[in-house]
Design a protein around this ligand. Structure first.
Ligand SMILES: [Zn+2]
Length: 120
């Protein structure tokens, strides 16, 4: 929702922050895809139940640095949809995403429509 001059500046600033956060999540996903690819290339010896250290994809601008333990299968399932991300429980940002799956180790979030285009 751009180009709405009636929006108070504060709100616009908040939106910009969320947009940056959404883009950040895409970058983190790219990092995690490397981790998954490395894991897959080692799949010959790896136990399918082995949990890899993925980076929390919450995209918080101040940096989260959290680690999400997931198997490769769990990770692949999350990213079957391009607008879904894996974050640590409690790391979701309600304004830009909603929780579609809650696990002990991680939650899966789905981007709200207004932010979907930023993460594709
Ligand atoms: Zn996080």
């Amino acid at each position: 929702m751009r180009n709405r001059p009636t929006l108070p500046r504060m709100i616009a600033g908040v939106e910009e922050r969320f947009e940056r956060q959404a883009r950040n999540e895409s970058l983190l996903r790219a990092v995690n895809e490397q981790i998954a690819a490395l894991g897959q290339s080692a799949a010959g010896w790896a136990d399918p139940a082995h949990q890899f250290d993925f980076t929390c994809e919450c995209g918080k601008l101040e940096g989260c640095g959290g680690r999400v333990l997931m198997t490769l299968a769990e990770y692949a399932l999350v990213h079957r949809q391009r607008d879904r991300f894996a974050v640590l429980p409690g790391h979701q940002t309600d304004a830009i995403e909603y929780v579609v799956k809650q696990e002990k180790r991680y939650v899966v979030v789905d981007k709200r429509d207004a932010y979907e285009h930023l993460v594709e």
